[in-house]
Every structure is written in structure tokens, then in C-alpha cells.
Design a binder for this molecule. Sequence first.
Ligand code: NAD
Ligand code: ZN
Length: 380
Amino acid sequence: MKALVYHGTKDVRIDTVPDAKIEKPTDVVVRITTTNICGSDLHMYEGRTDVEKGKILGHENLGEVEAVGGAVVSVKVGDHVCLPFNIGCGFCANCERGLTGFCLTCALPGSAGAAYGFAGMGPYSGGQAEYLRVPYADFNCLQLPADAKAKESDYVMLSDIFPTGWHATVLAGMNPGDSVVIYGAGPVGLMAALSARIRGASKIMIVDRHPDRLQLAEQIGAISINDSKGDAVEQVLALTEGAGADCGCEAVGYQCHDHHGHEVPNLTMNNLVSSVKATGGIGVIGVFIPKDPGAVDALAKKGQIVLDFGKLWSKGQKIASGQANVKQYNRKLRDLIHAGIAKPSIIISHELPLDQAPAAYKNFDERTAGWTKVILKPTA
Ligand code: NAD
Ligand code: ZN
């Protein structure tokens, strides 16, 4: 089969590799019809993780079931399914509590959480390929309704960024009527804005410096804040009568930078502490990693940042973080799409065949104007 393979920093290629196959009776193989490029892929693409060369990337996957293992009971050949980026077993202590982003069975020994095509999250191949092996298929396949094909570009967002954006607002402790500030108007920040709107936020503020992304945020109903035009915190305070937002979301991660492009790993976290009100919650779904040899400073190399902890403490704020437990949300978010209430596909800028993925990585990585979210069609 054809697949997008990581060969090294900023070097991904379409290679011919062995077909994905059933390895355990609880597996299915899915013929991938849509698979997305994610901001998380860029951390690997930029050589800022320890992902191994030869890895097939791609964790935002949707397709049609091609083959079914002998122990699978609920999934049939031909079913249209969307796969959460996290791989869960369904029976470990964390999966049992719904914390499928922290599965203990599928993760590498001594860690929690597994995913397709991801650094540090197990030996699983990604789905930027013609076929994908799905472990524990009964648990991991989300069945799609009769409009699966018609709304494929919406449903594929259930694999990661729509649930992740939703999770950001949950981690932030957002309630209906709250104001929220979101740092990062990439695909994940935009999905956090969409989720905040559906969950009844009274005011959604989103910080970035790319006009095309900020414009999409406004279409979703957010107030855009361009931090290249003035200090982000001051702009949020001005919009909240000096108090700060009721809660905030981090949707950038450890490679956050100032608007000149200089990496400042603590920038978004300290901006959140300053622009969220006293007692407010901060939900961090932007990725931060424990070791980053490619980092700009000695602390960041060890996965550490200088946090305004005194300010956070005196404001009585709460921080919650981590990978999104996609399965906690994907079924109900699917129903919002089916009912016509959510349309996450509005952020898609490019729909391309798989063989154009290397160029798409380059453009998405450089945040070339207009490249917001790329979806790939391996069987096109
Ligand atoms: P992206 O890189 O396309 O978007 C990030 C955006 O942040 C960009 O538009 C950039 O201009 C902006 N930005 C950079 N520095 C900033 C700053 N100081 N202030 C405000 N904005 C700033 O990526 P994405 O696909 O939207 O993903 C965002 C983050 O979410 C990544 O770290 C990704 O790995 C992570 N992620 C986490 C989960 C999870 O489960 N927790 C799931 C998916 C993605
Ligand atoms: Zn993703």
C-alpha cells in the first residue's frame, strides 16, 4: 500500500509499504477514505520529537471497514467508521473511567496513552495510508450514520480536533454564560471556539496573528485578537472590564512563539494566567513534552517552563491538561453533526490526494496563508 512515511526532519515521503493486516482477532483493517494532517504531526515533522524514522504518520482517520478479526462482534465489513486518535483497550483502569487518552494496555510500558502514528505513543502505524490496522476494534470504531459519505469532511474531525477542542473547554471548567479566551487559532483552537459557542459561552476571544485563521474564528462567532497589533493580555483585559476571561484554553503547545517567530515556551501559559480572572480555570490541550532536545533554552530541553506560579496561586486558578479522551465526546459530537448543529468542516482549506501530502506538510508547517486544515484522500 501507499503511505506517508517519516524519513527525518522535514522529510516525509510517499512510500510503498506492506499492507496493514489483521494481527490479533480483536483487530479490523480500515480502508482509509479521509485522513488529516494535524498540528501534532508538525512537532514530529519539525524533528522536535523522538519519533522513529520509518513511522507511518496520521492519527485523524476515517474509512470503510475492509477486514474483520475473528473476535470482533460489532463491526462489519463495509461499515463507515471514524477512529479516535487515541487507541484504548476498554478494560484497563483508565479506559474504564473514560480516560481513553491514558490507556494502560495499549501504551508503551511505564507510560499511559497510545495513538496511531505518534511519537512515544506505541508501535502503531498511522492512517495517512491506504489501509490502517485498528486494535480493539469493537471499542475504538465509532459507527457513522447513513449520511457518512455526505458529511465525511465533518465526521473526520471526530477523530481528534473537534473532541479535543471540546475537551479544552471542559478542562477549563467552562459553563454556559462564561467568557473564554483561547490562545491559538489553528485547527484545534478553532474547534475550541466552535465548542465554546455550542456549549453556550457568552464571549469567545481567540488570540493568534494569522489573519486568515482569525477570520475563520470570527465566522465561528469569536472575537479575534491579533497579538502582532498589540499585547494579547491587554486586549483581553480591555474586553473583560479589566477582570479577565472566566476561563481560558491553551491550543498552541510547547512550540509557541512571539509574533516575530521567536520560540518562548512559557508565553501562552503566562498569558493565560494574566488574562483569566481570579478563580478561573485553564485547560491546556496544546502539547507539552517531557524532553525536547531541540528546544531553545536549557529548561525547555527538560520540558520545563518558568510559570508565573505566584500569580496563579494568588488568583486561585486551576490548570488541567493532557491528551483529549476522544471517546468521551465523539458519539455525542457525531450526533450534533448529524443533526446539522455542528459543521466542523468549515475550517478545511485543502482536500488533496495522498501523494500531495509532502507538499501539504511543508505549507501547513510554514503556516502559508490559507493553509488552515488539510484533509487527504488516500483512495482518490
Ligand atoms: P497549529 O500549529 O496549526 O496551530 C497553532 C496556532 O497557534 C498557529 O496558528 C500559531 O500561529 C498560533 N500561535 C503560536 N504561538 C502563539 C502565541 N504565543 N499566542 C497565540 N497563538 C500562537 O496546530 P493545531 O493543529 O491547531 O494544534 C494546536 C496544538 O494542539 C498542538 O500543540 C497540537 O499538538 C495540539 N493537539 C493536542 C491534542 C490533545 O489531545 N491534547 C490533540 C490535537 C492537537
Ligand atoms: Zn491531531
